[in-house]
Design a protein. Sequence first.
Length: 463
Amino acid sequence: MSGFVRYENQVNPPTTENSFLEEQAVLHSEAGKAAGWTVMRAVIIALCFGVNMVDGVDVLMLSYVAPTLSQGLGLNAEELGIVFSAGLGGMAFGGLVIAPLSDKTGRRPLIILSVLLMAISMLASGYATTMAQLVVLRVIVGAGIGAALAGIATLAAEYAPPKHHDFAVAILQGGYPIAATITGFIVAPLIHVWSWNALLIAAGIFSASALPPLFFFLPESMAFLVQKQPPNALRRIQAIERRLKLPITQELPLPAPLENKNMGVKGLFREGRAMRTVLLWTSIISGFMTLYFIISWIPKLAVEAGLDISDSIYAGALYNIGAFVGCATIGLIAIRLTLHRTIILYLLLASVALTVFGIMPMPLFGTLFVAFIIGVFLQGGFNGHYPLAASLYPTKVRATGMGWAMGVGRIGAVIGPYMGGLLLQNHVRISYIFIIYSVPLLICAACVYAMFIIQKSAEGTVS
């Protein structure tokens, strides 16, 4: 019997933030640790990365076609804003309502269903003839994205080697900025040739192309299979163990007694997790405020900072390239520095970069370079919250915890761009705006530090 099964048979598993690391250590056992990365582990992370690319294409394609879409459907700026907001509302719904279902039905079905919803809705969006139709479809697309983000982060964290799970969860978030950059370069020459309908349909086809590899190669979470023991659970676990080069489990333990009082949303506040859950939500709301402000307004902000319109597009592209670098590096640095310290460092540097971007006159190269640096530290620091959330919650509530953290965080995603629009509308100086939006990042860093102190206190090793 593998060590993984021995852990799941405990009635009262560890409940500190390190419970995730302890699960992983048992999951992979000494032989598993020695094996480290395998082809299957890499394939799982690559598939999750691809799902995040699908998310990026489906979100950003609407932004790219917005000018021709508004003309084609006769939408004014306010109506177009409603369409954009519908997607954010759908993401919140997906995180809060759909994602927690995977703690009952499994990670794999949730991810595949989410991508299917996104593909069908994007294809249908190409045939929309009214704003109401488009709003409904964007809600569905957003719901798929919100649920998928929680699912892929959870599965990646569970299958990455113990030493690299922070890196794995962080790097897969780089699929979004990579998709943003590639999609922008593809759409730019096509926007005057293809209709908005054709481009949305193309995005739907791209989304659908992810379904076959997910269906054939994405496994279920072994922790879920042992905990819930659906039909053929042992056979499925053994097949996964062979591909992971792990010791083969010969029999499953008796199912652990159900602890309904610690399941679902209420489980996020039980077993010593209440304060850290509140801090996590506060941090993500604050991070989303600044992140979505920058994502939504960076071309306009670059123009306000002195660039012409064409150069502002390059600023947006460099931001997204930096965002990928940030996602790739934060997990690697966290291996040496710890995840908490790395997130705090990235957020503080992002705050400095934002302030510099706003208050210091710079030549074109300097402005573009700082836009790149903002992408590295803002996106990287924020995306560190995904492995941080995964490490906080045990298997039984991990998807619920991830979904609710990102779903509640969408409050900041709505407030951030809206408040930025008000500030720009009222002609607030650009330097003041950037200073204002550096404050949520400081709140983020403070929350992460507080979580670190609580964790160390629980372990009795505060230093």
